[in-house]
Design a binder for this molecule. Structure first.
Ligand code: PMP
Length: 285
């Protein structure tokens, strides 16, 4: 089936959809994005992603290109045209197209809006979930505003490539004090040796993951001992369980960190049950 993309007011086959080479997203990574997971045709955490999108835009002083309801209509229509039932919706807004100059362009330059949608290979995802994945750790070389969901992802790209070349699924960034910040495209979690569920607290050092927030909610509702506190690589390797969260793959168990096996080397029971609870709680109307 031909994939369809929305670009600035028109739907076109992906192969023909294009933005200008003068687009600031292309020139400077001057753009933000969002990704929704889709399950059974429904968006996961629909509203929370919009709230974060608006925050990213306002931090960078980029205007919302259309009212929120119109934007969501585009998201829905892109999903419909691509017949996405279990997959992802990607939305990107750049500061727009203008002659190359680092400073912002004239106020009348309109932001560029791109939306795409695709089905995921659910069998491959299930296989990953039942086996668990390996991750590697890399130094966190990113900037001081990792809370903004910008398309400027070069350190994340390099980290993910390091993971791939090591036969791993994800890379965890480690700060200069030896604490894990987050994954290259996911948040990082452990169930530590004292049975505390831990994930790093929200600061500008990490993306404020929507799946992270929802999993925290579900965990607290279940009365788990939850701590928003950083952990070291050694603590993660000695943990009972480790997992990662992201809209693109809600909760993936980790069974290998660098050269150490986590727990008994199989996906942990807590990760699996939290995943089911999360999916149940986060499907939007
Ligand atoms: N951290 C980073 C760096 C990410 O790119 C992502 C996924 N976009 C996440 C965390 C997870 O965020 P979310 O749960 O909102 O997808």
């Amino acid at each position: 089936m031909t994939q369809i993309a929305y670009v600035n007011g028109a739907y076109a086959p992906l192969a023909h959809a294009a933005v200008s080479i003068q687009d600031r997203g292309f020139q400077f990574g001057d753009a933000v994005y969002e990704v929704w997971g889709v399950r059974g045709g429904r968006l996961l955490d629909r509203d929370a992603h919009i709230v974060r999108l608006k925050r990213s835009l306002s931090e960078l002083r980029i205007a919302l290109p259309m009212p929120e309801t119109a934007l969501m209509a585009v998201v829905r229509e892109t999903q419909r045209r691509n017949r996405v039932r279990n997959g992802l919706i990607y939305l990107q807004i750049s500061r727009g197209q203008a002659p190359r100059d680092h400073a912002f362009p004239a106020a009348n330059v309109r932001p560029t809006l791109v939306v795409t949608a695709k089905n995921l290979d659910m069998a491959a995802l299930e296989a990953r979930l039942s086996a668990g994945v390996k991750i590697v750790t890399v130094p966190d070389i990113r900037w001081a505003r990792c809370d903004i969901k910008t398309t400027s992802l070069l350190p994340n790209v390099l980290a993910k490539q390091t993971a791939r070349e090591a036969g791993a699924y994800e890379a965890w960034f480690v700060d200069k004090d030896g604490f894990v910040t987050e994954g290259s495209s996911s948040n990082a979690w452990i169930l530590d040796a004292d049975a505390h569920l831990r994930t790093r607290a929200l600061t500008n050092d990490i993306l404020h993951g929507i799946t992270r927030a929802a999993v925290l909610r579900v965990a607290r509702e279940r009365g788990l001992k939850v701590m928003e506190s950083a952990f070291t690589v050694a603590e993660a390797q000695a943990a009972r369980e480790a997992f990662m969260t992201a809209a693109s793959a809600p909760l993936v168990p980790i069974v290998w960190i660098d050269d150490k096996i986590v727990g008994d080397g199989r996906p942990g029971p807590l990760a699996c049950s939290l995943r089911a609870a999360y999916l149940g709680a986060s499907i939007s109307d």
